[in-house]
Design a protein around this ligand. Structure first.
Ligand code: PHE
Length: 315
């Protein structure tokens, strides 16, 4: 549905606002890609960005496989290596990404990410007092704090150390929103091995990846991720080009309807599989699938009770 390429859709409006930030602060230096095909090889999605062979994200439970060598990309990082290899040094990649996951108001099997990469060469850091890695890390924090300020205005932020296979050190930027710390993006200094393999061994780089829905939900007050896919005019007509952060006015206050379902599980049961079945049958009517009971009997058999919340956004 190309939500990210629609100037009147919250996802497209947010993408354009981020583009504006980079164009203004980096003098149009960033190349932009927003039409790269979402079906990629396992090599692009995982191996090229050093995701270990046993990493959970590779499992059939987490990623949609087309066949054993091909997946629906689960992050825009799948395009990092090829673009570096082609010689791009400053770039933004925006696109739809796919993950098997649980069901609630912030998770949907397809969402949108934007990836950013900036490469430096020895000329850049040699004049500074920092070593190459701290130079890149410094730029990363300056750039992303500026971005958060551009999008959210004065908001409390904090940096949290984390792990990604493709960056080291790695960080998450969090903002304080609705009485909670919310993760807005992941980033870090690119692993040297990725640059080396892409023929850029003398360079250092930093990269970030952010989820557009997550930020758009906050900026536009959109309470449920399913709304982004709505073609109902009462949703689409509320947004216009260039208007970041217009507050969404809910038009559906329909009550949810709950159905509880319990069943014995075997070792192969996973919640993602259950949610895939539920989403496949009930589609966007499902708001949430939640484990509410968990019981193991004397024979060691386990039963789960799930509560499924159905709520239409539109009727
Ligand atoms: N690909 C990471 C994710 O989807 C985000 C990320 C991108 C982190 C680039 C660091 C650098 O969670």
């Amino acid at each position: 549905m190309q939500l990210h390429n629609r100037d009147q859709h919250p996802i497209g409006i947010l993408k354009n606002a981020i583009y504006d930030y980079f164009d203004t602060n980096y003098l149009n230096k960033f190349d932009k890609f927003d039409n790269l095909f979402p079906v990629v090889s396992v090599k692009q999605n995982f191996d090229d960005v050093l995701v270990p062979a046993d990493h959970v994200s590779r499992s059939y439970n987490d990623t949609y496989y087309v066949d054993s060598q091909t997946v629906l990309r689960c992050h825009t990082s799948a395009h990092q290596a090829e673009l570096l290899r082609k010689g791009h040094s400053n770039f933004l990649v925006t696109g739809d990404v796919y993950r098997r996951d649980s069901i609630d108001s912030t998770h949907y099997p397809v969402f949108h990410q934007m990836e950013g990469v900036q490469v430096f060469s020895p000329d850049d850091w040699e004049g500074s007092r920092a070593d190459a890695n701290s130079y890149a890390a410094g730029y990363l924090k300056e750039c992303l704090e500026g971005l958060a300020l551009h999008l959210f205005g004065a908001v409390e932020m904090r940096w949290v150390d984390t792990y990604f296979p493709f960056t080291n050190p790695s960080f998450e930027l969090e903002i304080y929103f609705q009485e909670k710390w919310m993760e807005v993006l992941g980033c870090g200094v690119t692993e040297q091995k990725i640059l080396k393999r892409s023929g850029r061994k003398d360079n250092v780089a930093w990269a970030f990846g952010l989820g557009l829905e997550r930020l758009a939900m906050v900026l536009f007050d959109i309470p449920d991720i399913r709304l982004f896919w709505s073609t109902d005019e009462r949703f689409t007509s509320q947004f216009s080009k260039g208007q970041l952060g217009v507050k969404f006015k809910p038009f559906s206050k329909y009550p949810p309807c709950y159905k509880d379902m319990s069943f014995w599980i075997s070792d192969s049961f996973t919640e993602n599989n259950l949610c895939e079945v539920v989403r496949g049958i009930a589609g966007d009517l499902v708001e949430e699938v939640k484990l509410i009971g968990n019981f193991t009997n004397k024979k060691g058999m386990t039963s789960h009770c799930y509560r499924i919340a159905y709520r239409s956004m539109e009727r």
